[in-house]
Structure formats: C-alpha cells, structure tokens
Design a protein around this ligand. Structure first.
Ligand SMILES: [Ca+2]
Length: 195
C-alpha cells in the first residue's frame, strides 16, 4: 500500500535561516530527540539545556496552500501570468498546470476557484499549441473524446489565435499570451492506487 503523502511544503524567503540560526535549529532538534530518548531523565536534561539554546523564532517550513483531492494536490494561484509562465510556476512546485480529466476533479477545481476572491478566470493544463484542434493535457495525453466541459461554441480558436484552455465558468480557449490566474497540481503518488 502506498502511504499518502501530505501536500508540498515550501520554504519562504523570510524563513531562510542564517548559519547561526541553522546551527541553533539543528541543535534544538538534536536536543528534542535526546529528551525523547531520555524520557526518564527529562527534567534533569531539560534543566541542563534550558540556558544553552533558544528556539528559532521562524518556522523553517510552512504549507504553501496546496489542497489534496484524491491523490493530487491542487492550488489556485491568484497572480496573473501567461499560460507558459503559469506552467513554469507549477513546474517550480514540482508538477504542472491542473488537469481536470474527469467531472470529480473539474468540480474540485471549480470549488477552489469559487473560494478565491476576485476574478474567476484561471488557466488549466490543456492546450492545442502543437496541432490546431488536437487538444492535449500537459503530459501530452490527448483530450480526445474524454471528459470535457467546453462552453457553448468553444473551443472557438477566435482569430486563429486561441490555443490554451481556461476556466470562464465553463472551459474556453483563449490567447496563451494573455495573463490570468492559474491552478497548479502536484501529484503525490499514482492516482490509480487506493483512490
Ligand atoms: Ca475561444
């Protein structure tokens, strides 16, 4: 059985520790371990250590807002980026733009969009940049006759220049260079196991 992993954590700039603080953090961790190992001597040990270290004031890591649905973590980013830059941002977090391959994921992503204040226009990981009309997910698999939720008349490829998919209530194709919010995904393990 695959053990579920939690959603990704990130280190924020304000939490980067100086060498001195790193040393302090490592020492604190070691000391906590020692305390656990020496439970019988806890009071003595903590008394000995109490004057010798301080805990770092900042948390070293913090959840960066991904939420898990089935085996994949998703996050709605509120910054405005082109389709490509959105995908790069997702890549930096370890994966790619969200791929709503079925109604369950699609509804989950809509719930993330609805929970976000402001604009509900969000890129997701579907495009026909390589071959007009041949829509494919970010991993190269074809949309084909699989699940989709295009708005009426979409994809329209208006002016021959709409090759990236976004949420606008339903799905529409739009100019990839325009800047919108976007949704990333980070897979935690095989989506086919223990769903
Ligand atoms: Ca369109």
């Amino acid at each position: 059985m695959v053990q579920p992993r939690s959603c990704p954590m990130s280190v924020t700039k304000t939490n980067i520790l100086s060498p001195e603080d790193s040393y302090t953090a490592i020492r604190a961790t070691l000391e906590e371990t020692l305390v656990r190992v020496n439970r019988g001597h806890y009071k003595t040990l903590s008394g000995q250590l109490s004057g010798t270290y301080r805990r770092p004031t900042d948390e070293v890591t913090s959840p960066d807002g991904y939420q898990k649905y089935r085996r994949i973590c998703y996050k709605a980013f509120l910054s405005l980026k082109t389709f490509n830059d959105s995908a790069l941002t997702c890549q930096a977090d370890g994966d790619t733009l969200a791929m709503p391959r079925d109604a369950g994921i699609d509804a989950y992503l809509v719930s993330l969009i609805n929970a976000a204040p402001g604009s509900d226009l969000f890129w997701f990981g579907l495009h026909d940049k390589r071959d007009e009309g041949q829509w494919e997910w970010m991993d190269g698999t074809a949309l084909g006759t699989g699940y989709s939720r295009w708005a009426y008349g979409e994809p329209s490829n208006l002016a021959g220049d709409q090759h990236c998919a976004m949420y606008l209530k339903q799905w529409v194709d739009f100019q990839c260079e325009r800047k919108f919010r976007f949704i990333c995904q980070v897979a935690t393990s095989s989506p086919d196991q223990n769903v």
